[in-house]
Design a protein around this ligand. Structure first.
Ligand SMILES: *Cc1c(COP(=O)(O)O)cnc(C)c1O
Length: 462
């Protein structure tokens, strides 16, 4: 299997090359040239298997010759061994016909661990083989950064630089990034929003001399390997609830569109997903785009679900590429228009997108109220991102079709929002109980690509 860029002007790559590259050299995102399918019998056979076995069966059709069966199985086993729940992604029932998929049992308490722990293992195998040194640079709205640091801390041939928006992540998120003591970990607080972090990251990748000079590698959800790892839990959850014999709906709290895009691939592989619902907070560019066909960048309004405070949603480019039937020229045109504020999706592409995705947006007040409602109805304490999903899911319930809302983070990652809603502060799990006592290490940086480049050149352990 080959991977091709959404902008059609970068070389086709194998799975491991696409993983190590991250962003394509033409500024596009890599996608497989065809999507492998599983038969209903193959999917039905997932029933009762371990998460790791399902992961192997879903992931291996995409990896070609990049890893041997033993390597991939070992990487999957090691990736999920540190999770705090034997099911890895357990389901909890919220109401008749409505379930929560808990994706926060990994080491940094957000769903980002599912992908990051696995690519940490796969990077190590690939680097050991090539003897290469790399510099990982990531942009984060809070959760990707800690998950990447957790996956790569202390590795001899890797430096990790994480750009996060200064003052715009929760204190728990910040401390998860600034307290690791390993010298290959570098937390950078950027003076700007998450969109600025992501734009500067793309600047770094688009400077090919710098990129090649430091061996730049990207682990943001622009990295196909991350999307791939996230396909697995759609299968494990749906099969637990009766797929493929019945349809299952999913609602996904969405920012950069990586998680929900993984759901669309699960569907394309043959999983009978009915509705795939995009849930946004007040930063609702995706909901507006799917409703009106106008993808227009507004200003980011900080919210109580900060991991979704984003306007430019990188992975949406992948959905557009599929909706435009692989017309890379059309995607180049749209991305060019995006530089001056936005674009209009063609009628045909919009219709295609609406066949795959439904959407809804939630206000701050309704998010907070939903945290309270769920506590009253079930006793469960949920994070604000999860509350956004549940609110939108409730507007999309269908008789006889189970709805699964993705619970993307542990409530203790967002204690202020939970406290404001419930008057209680959720406790951090034991392995993080001393987070507030650990010393922090962070460098503040301007919203300027040259400044970031010099800092990286100076700090990396060449
Ligand atoms: C990253 C994140 C999201 C958004 O996921 P995308 O893949 O960027 O759409 C939602 N909730 C939490 C807690 C996150 O960390």
């Amino acid at each position: 299997m080959q991977y091709v860029s959404t902008r059609g002007q970068a070389p086709a790559l194998s799975f491991d090359q696409a993983m190590m590259t991250g962003l394509a050299r033409d500024g596009g995102l890599y996608l497989p040239d065809s999507i492998p399918t599983l038969t209903a019998e193959q999917i039905a056979a997932f029933e009762g298997l371990s998460y790791e076995e399902v992961a192997w069966r879903v992931i291996s059709p995409f990896t070609g010759d990049s890893f041997s069966e033993t390597e991939l199985r070992q990487a999957i086993a090691t990736a999920y061994a540190g999770f705090g729940h034997v099911a890895r992604a357990p389901l909890v029932q919220l109401a008749p016909g409505h379930h929560l998929l808990e994706l926060f049992h990994g080491p940094t308490l957000a769903f980002k661990d599912f992908a990051m722990q696995l690519i940490g293992q796969l990077f190590q195998i690939a680097l050991a083989r090539s003897g290469q040194r790399i510099t990982i640079v990531g942009a984060t709205s809070g959760d990707t950064g800690s998950a990447a640091i957790e996956a790569f801390r202390g590795l001899a041939n890797v430096d990790v630089f994480i750009l996060y928006p200064h003052g715009r992540v929760s204190e728990v998120q910040r401390r998860q990034m600034t307290t690791p003591s390993e010298s290959n970990v570098h937390a950078l607080a950027l003076d700007g929003h998450f969109d600025d972090c992501q734009a500067r990251l793309k600047d770094l990748f688009n400077d090919h001399d710098f990129r090649d000079g430091v061996g730049l590698a990207g682990v943001n959800s622009i990295n196909w390997a991350r999307v791939l790892a996230q396909i697995v839990y759609y299968f494990s959850a749906a099969v637990s609830l009766g797929a493929p014999a019945r349809q299952i709906d999913f609602t996904v709290p969405t920012g950069n569109f990586g998680d929900i895009f993984a759901g669309s691939i699960a569907k394309a592989m043959g999983l009978p997903i009915g509705q795939l619902v995009v849930a946004t907070n007040q930063n609702d560019i995706l909901h507006r785009a799917l409703t009106t066909g106008e993808y227009r960048v507004g200003t980011v309004e900080p919210s109580i679900s900060p991991s979704m405070d984003i306007q430019v949603s990188s992975n949406f480019e992948r959905a557009l590429y599929l909706a435009y039937a692989g017309d890379a020229g059309a995607i180049r045109q749209l991305m060019d228009e995006l530089k001056s504020g936005g674009f209009t999706i063609s009628q045909g592409a919009l219709q295609h997108l609406r066949e795959v995705y439904a959407s809804g947006r939630v206000s701050e007040g309704a998010t907070s109220a939903m945290i309270e409602t769920i506590r009253a109805e079930t006793g469960e304490v949920i994070c604000p991102h999860t509350a956004v999903a549940i609110h939108v899911a409730r507007q999309h319930l269908r008789p006889g079709v189970p709805m699964v809302s993705l619970s993307t983070a542990h409530p203790a990652k967002f204690p202020d929002a939970v406290q404001a809603a419930l008057g209680i502060r959720p406790d951090l799990p034991p392995h993080m109980a001393d987070l507030f006592d650990r010393p922090e290490r962070v460098t503040q940086v301007e919203n300027d690509a040259e400044a970031i480049k010099s800092l990286i050149l100076e700090r990396r352990s060449a």
